[in-house]
Design a protein around this ligand. Structure first.
Ligand SMILES: *Cc1c(COP(=O)(O)O)cnc(C)c1O
Length: 369
């Protein structure tokens, strides 16, 4: 049996008729930037999440950059973020001229360790960017309280956590702004690059929309210089077809995660399984296990036809890109261990129980041999 890490084709086929119609209608109308599909996606996404404003942008990386810039973050400022994420979270901080200040991760939750944040706050700190990592909510209500106490902006990176919950609220509704990626492999994925930034703040929304469109809300009325980062109409039309299915897809991911956890737990292996934090809803963008024998296990599974991935092989402070900050791996002991132990198992809504059983059986065989 071959088990793919992710299979986007099955989802397309399940929507083919409606999707093809939506795509061809855009070609027919030849409105490729802006227009009704874009406005419709923005309002439906905002409504589904329970926020006032959604601004569609080019991708999830730009979304973070736009939020930081329009909150006034720039040269001389510091922004606190997690040591474990995709580089978008920190590179956008540097792009504004500010300095990324990394905080180690919680050893079981793999999101920013809330207890280590305050020690990193300085008079230059302007904002905190937690990441709801793998679909697991960071301790977001607590982080918001810290931000309020120290008068810092909170930007939630929700690229891996569409409709994840803490308590009865979706992540993305706790911050001054929150950012989403619709990269094809994300829980809600377009057929190319796409992203969004959301907020409840009218003035911030206006500024972010303007900045993403060359500093203009109306053609040629440039109130400032901006960038070109818009959600294109074709991607918006594709997302409009997909959005009504997101809860069903997340439920399937959760069900698949439950099968993995039940099977692997019953096998009693020296393998750490993902923890779902109490009072949260994990949306399992990724199902990530931990073992000291990660590289061997990955190679073994590959031989057995099981595709896995590593998210991510190097913690942010350990990347060459951040050598100039002068960090040692021992400054971030948890993230430095996490990077060598994490293995992402196949995970997508259409994955079958049979496939999960096969993957688990091969993992059992690896540890038995
Ligand atoms: C995917 C991702 C991003 C960036 O999104 P793009 O749309 O690829 O630019 C940002 N942060 C995290 C945590 C991500 O996983």
């Amino acid at each position: 049996m071959n088990v793919a890490f992710v299979d986007l084709k099955q989802q397309y086929l399940s929507l083919k008729e409606e999707m093809d119609k939506a795509i061809f209608s855009i070609l027919d109308q030849t409105t490729f930037i802006g227009g009704e599909p874009t406005r419709s996606f923005e309002s439906q996404f905002a409504k589904a999440l329970g926020v006032k404003h959604c601004i569609g942008v080019g991708n999830g990386t730009d979304a973070i950059y736009i939020a930081l810039k329009m909150l006034g973050v720039g040269s001389g400022d510091e922004v606190i973020t997690t040591a474990a994420s995709w580089i978008s979270t920190s590179e956008t901080i540097s792009q504004t001229g500010a300095k990324p200040v990394f905080v180690d991760i919680h050893p079981e939750e793999f999101t920013i360790d809330i207890d280590q944040i305050e020690a990193k706050i300085s008079p230059r700190t302007k904002a905190i960017i937690p990441v709801h990592f793998y679909g697991q909510a960071a301790r977001i209500a607590g982080i918001r309280a810290l931000c309020d106490k120290h008068q810092l902006f909170l930007i939630e990176d929700c690229a891996q956590s569409h409709f994840t919950k803490e308590g009865n609220r979706y992540v993305g509704t706790f911050g001054h702004a929150a950012t989403f990626s619709f990269y094809p492999g994300k829980n809600l994925g377009a057929y190319g690059d796409a992203g969004a930034v959301v907020t409840n703040d009218d003035e911030l929304a206006r500024k972010m929309r303007m900045y993403a469109n060359h500093g203009a809300l109306k053609k040629h009325a440039h109130e400032m210089e901006g960038i070109n980062s818009r959600l294109d109409t074709l991607q918006a039309a594709i997302l409009n077809v997909k959005l009504p299915h997101i809860h069903e897809w997340n439920r399937k991911r959760q069900a698949n995660a439950a099968v993995y956890t039940q099977l692997l737990r019953s096998m009693n292996l020296p393998l750490r399984l993902p923890l779902v934090r109490e009072n949260t809803e994990h949306t399992f963008h990724l199902y990530v296990v931990q073992t000291d024998r990660r590289d061997e296990l990955k190679a073994f599974l590959e031989e057995q036809g099981v595709q896995t991935a590593i998210h991510y092989p190097t913690a942010l402070p350990n990347l060459k890109a951040y050598q100039y900050l002068g960090h040692q791996p021992s400054d971030f002991p948890v993230a430095s261990k996490w990077q060598n132990q994490s293995l992402s198992l196949p995970m997508y809504p259409e994955l079958t129980t049979q496939e999960i059983e096969y993957v688990c059986e091969k993992i059992r065989k690896f540890f038995a041999g």
